[in-house]
Design a protein around this ligand. Structure first.
Ligand code: CP
Length: 315
């Protein structure tokens, strides 16, 4: 099965079948990371530019690891080391990168919709590695892969997304994906951090964290994005932690087999208690491990999905 678009701009553009296919493909790529020689020739001769205009640890490294495991040639550009600092526009930057004939441009940008602009002018496949508070599609895919590994399904799962929903592209992509795949999604946070009208995406909203955690199969904790808060959305972080942090008491309210997720980076002691983050029900590092397989799958499928057999010496 081929993906309908050569770009990955957001989860909202994917059908349930495409999501399923990406997750199945990612499962098949997990095995590569377990080999002694972690490399297959799938994207040999292809060029990927990783263009990160916003900071990232997990996504940027994970894309680069995925690209190298697929044998692509990879190049990294950050905003501070690019001519963006001299005032070059995003479109001019993209056209100049495009002139070097990359096959993919993987971009993170602070402005929602920046990737749609690039997709209009570039022949390369554009992959959204996060745009403003809009979408972070590969994060939602790796989250879904992690849930599916634990529960064997997404349909019918009770998923609570807890915290700073207002500033979260992770929340939006997860809502799109989970609703598409038949999960029940509850959003919880202080009223100032839940955007008005977000129920239109099909999620329930509650401002009571105890209620939101009760019976949940998954609690996905979101980071308080303090760098995006120009005005005070909460009186104090201590009060926020008391009312909304996932702590051992709220963990007990979840389904006994329920799991704890966080996209990272974590503010320990603010939105999540370290005893929960490091506890046996946390799958936070599984999410990171799955991120490599998901990004391998996305690049492979966007390239057309023609998978060469691994070279014998690569096994
Ligand atoms: N989850 C995530 O996007 O983390 P980074 O900002 O470190 O990439």
């Amino acid at each position: 099965m081929k993906l309908r678009s050569r770009h990955l701009l957001g989860i909202k553009d994917l059908s349930p079948e495409e999501i399923q296919h990406i997750l199945d493909t990612a499962e098949s790529f997990l095995e590569v990371s377990g080999r002694e020689i972690k490399k297959v020739p799938t994207l040999r001769g292809r060029t990927v530019i990783n263009f990160f205009v916003e900071a990232s640890t997990r996504t940027r490294t994970s894309f680069e690891v995925a690209e190298k495991r697929l044998s692509a040639d990879t190049f990294n550009i950050t905003a501070s080391a690019s001519s963006l600092v001299k005032g070059e526009t995003l479109i001019d930057t993209a056209l100049n990168l495009e002139a070097m004939r990359p096959d993919f441009i993987v971009m993170r940008h602070s402005e929602a919709g920046a990737h749609e602009l690039l997709a209009r002018v570039c022949k390369a496949s554009i992959v959204n590695a996060g745009d403003g508070a809009h979408e972070h599609p590969t994060q939602a895919l790796l989250d879904a892969m992690t849930m599916r590994q634990r529960f064997g399904r997404l349909a019918g799962l009770k998923v609570t997304i807890l915290g700073d929903v207002r500033h979260s592209r992770v929340a939006r992509s997860n809502i799109h994906l989970l609703k598409t795949m038949g999960s029940e999604v509850t959003l919880c946070g202080p009223p100032t951090l839940i955007p008005p009208g977000i129920e239109a995406l099909g999620a329930k909203v509650t401002y009571n964290a105890d209620q939101a955690c009760t019976g949940a199969d998954v609690v996905m904790v979101l980071r308080m994005q303090l760098e995006r808060m120009k005005t005070g959305y909460v009186p104090t972080l201590r009060e926020y932690a008391k009312l909304y942090a996932l702590n051992p008491a709220r963990l007990k309210l979840m389904h006994p087999d329920g799991i704890v997720m966080h996209p990272g980076p974590m503010n320990r002691g603010v939105e999540i208690d370290s005893r929960v983050a490091d506890g046996p029900r946390s799958v936070i590092l599984d999410q990171v491990a799955n991120g490599v397989a998901v990004r391998m799958a996305v690049l492979y499928l966007l390239a057309g999905g023609e998978r060469e057999e691994s070279a014998p010496e690569a096994r």
